[in-house]
Ligand binder design. Structure first.
Ligand code: TXA
Ligand code: MG
Length: 336
């Protein structure tokens, strides 16, 4: 299968291109599209065969449920059975946007979407291409990140092409994703609600709207039989090259690996220059957490593409605004 890549305006998407993509979705095919977080790999959530093909294309374990994307709140009843007051308040504040809510699933939603579980994860994306595609398709769109399972999420169309080219029917290229990290996932079926994945919407922002939520690590080893959210598996969001985190100011690991002859990439805040570190691919990262998040995966993809053998990342400060970045770095550096 050839995977065409269609360039599309991210702000005012061409309706003709959107209709081409929507037809593929309606016909049971797979279309990768930009969202405000990362690129998603979409299929008609109401078509079990199409959804099964998402799992096949990604090599995703069947026990890891998908997020269903809808155009607006009015489409939620097609996927979720209950719409609690807390969901209504969060949606009013954060939708469209990078917040995914886990709710009891509605009985007509195919079991393959939720990995056989009783709940469904749902969100209304903010990206104009994603919204236009859902609207034109006329169905809810199940979409995980558009990458092979457990690897880095794509924030550019070329990342999708490299990972899934030849396995999916179309890629809509709307340029780089502004957010750069996957949505915050909040489970509203537990009391109090539970943060399953930190993201661009912070716990504090959520608690301002609905009061206290449960936080803390929900990571689990892949050997554990039952997981609160299978995507919370320890090693995830990982580049091909092994990734290690180092403390700010600590250059000993960089020196040791370089002197050992390894080709390394280094994400750092410092004004290091490649002239001082021959043989080290240096990526200088910004100190603003939102800008850092937007660039992180692109930087890791680029180092993978450059063929480095190991990636070192200087850890950002241990502050709440860095929660999602820390979470992804921890998972990217975890043992398989
Ligand atoms: O920003 C995003 O969320 C992107 C864009 C494309 O929307 N999507 C994304 O999907 O990151 P994915 O499949 O890569 O991550 C979805 C996460 C996984 O950790 C999955 O286990 C969890 O959400 N999840 C999905 N359905 C769930 C459910 N019913 N209960 C608990 N966790 C669920
Ligand atoms: Mg993913």
């Amino acid at each position: 299968m050839q995977t065409p890549v269609l360039s599309i305006d991210p702000v005012v998407p061409d309706p003709v291109l959107i209709e081409q993509a929507a037809r593929i979705v309606r016909d049971g095919g797979l279309v990768a599209f930009p969202t405000e977080t990362v690129y998603g790999l979409g299929a008609n959530a109401l078509n079990p065969l199409a959804v099964a093909n998402i799992f096949a294309a990604k090599g995703r374990p069947a026990n890891n449920p998908l997020i269903v994307h809808v155009a607006d709140i009015s489409a939620v009843p097609a996927v979720a059975a209950i719409w609690p007051d807390k969901a209504a308040r969060l949606a009013a504040r954060f939708w469209p946007g990078p917040l995914t809510l886990v709710l009891p699933k509605c009985k007509d939603l195919p079991a393959v979407v939720t990995a056989g579980g009783p709940t469904v994860a749902v969100r209304v994306p903010a990206h104009a291409v994603a919204r236009a595609l859902i609207q034109a398709a006329g169905v809810p769109i199940a979409a995980p990140s558009a990458n092979r399972s457990s690897l880095l999420s794509p924030t550019r169309a070329k990342h999708v092409l490299r990972s899934l080219g030849g396995r999916i029917h179309m890629i809509l290229d709307g340029g780089p994703c502004a957010g750069g990290l996957e949505s915050t996932v909040l489970d509203l079926t537990s009391t109090p609600p539970r943060l399953l994945r930190p993201g661009l919407i912070t716990p504090t922002e959520i608690e301002t709207i609905i009061g206290p939520i449960q936080q803390g690590s929900v990571s689990a080893s892949s050997k554990e039989p039952s997981l609160p959210s299978p995507g919370m598996l320890h090693r995830h969001y990982a580049p091909r090259a092994p990734l290690e985190c180092v403390a700010e100011g600590d250059r000993s690991r960089v020196v040791a690996l370089r002197d050992g002859g390894q080709r390394i990439g280094w994400l750092t805040f410092a004004k290091e220059s490649e002239a001082d570190w021959p043989g080290v691919a240096i990526v200088r990262m910004p100190r603003d957490p939102a800008i850092y998040a937007a660039r992180l995966y692109a930087a890791l993809h680029a180092l993978d593409e450059a063929g480095v053998e190991r990636i070192l990342v200087t850890l950002p400060p241990d502050l709440p605004e860095w929660l999602a970045v820390h979470d992804r770095l921890r998972r990217a550096s975890a043992d398989a």
